[in-house]
Design a binder for this molecule. Structure first.
Ligand SMILES: [Zn+2]
Ligand SMILES: [Zn+2]
Length: 172
């Protein structure tokens, strides 16, 4: 699979600060959107994962799951985005797509396997997925959200986790 090198910030272990680190991103496949990351929120879950508070952190880890940016490349079969569109990625980047939960648009509860934006097995490149503390991300369009032009992008980023975490229970 073709890849490109992308600058990121990674923690190499639970004790040291994040430092510059080069990661690989796949070139877009048929259903992917490549996003130049313009803003990424800092969520306390990022810190927990960096510090291995939940166990199972795969180092080096590139956190970040409140990602907002602009589409810079799209796969041949992408229908929801075009180059130049504002786009966002939250906590998850893949799921089975077939189980009851996925069929009900509740991919975060996928009964088979949810792939998180970072620190999750990467089905394409092996190793771990890398999050938004990086220059760009490549994500299946089904897990990419549209961002209205009218929103302040820096303010929009935290909606991807902190915002939805409040909105969802209120709505329910
Ligand atoms: Zn599923
Ligand atoms: Zn979060």
């Amino acid at each position: 699979m073709n890849t490109k090198d992308v600058k990121a910030y990674a923690a190499q272990n639970a004790e040291t600060p994040l430092r510059e680190f080069t990661i690989k991103r796949r070139e877009v496949t048929a259903h992917d959107v490549e996003i130049e990351i313009l803003f990424c929120g800092i969520c306390h879950s990022d810190l927990h994962q960096v510090h291995n508070d939940f166990g199972g952190t795969m180092y080096p880890i590139v956190p970040g799951h409140e990602i907002v940016g602009r589409a810079t490349a799209i796969g041949d079969h992408v229908t929801k985005f075009k180059v130049g569109d504002l786009a966002a990625v939250g906590c998850i980047v893949d799921s089975c797509g077939k189980c009851r939960q996925c069929e009900a648009d509740l991919e975060q509860f996928c009964e088979v396997e949810t792939t998180f934006s970072f620190n999750s097995p990467d089905k394409y490149l092996g190793g771990a997925t890398f999050g938004g503390y990086s220059e760009s991300i490549v994500t299946d369009e089904n897990y990419v959200l549209s961002v209205p032009q009218s929103l302040d992008l820096a303010g929009a980023a935290p909606l991807l986790c902190a915002g939805i975490t409040v909105y969802s229970p209120l709505k329910h």
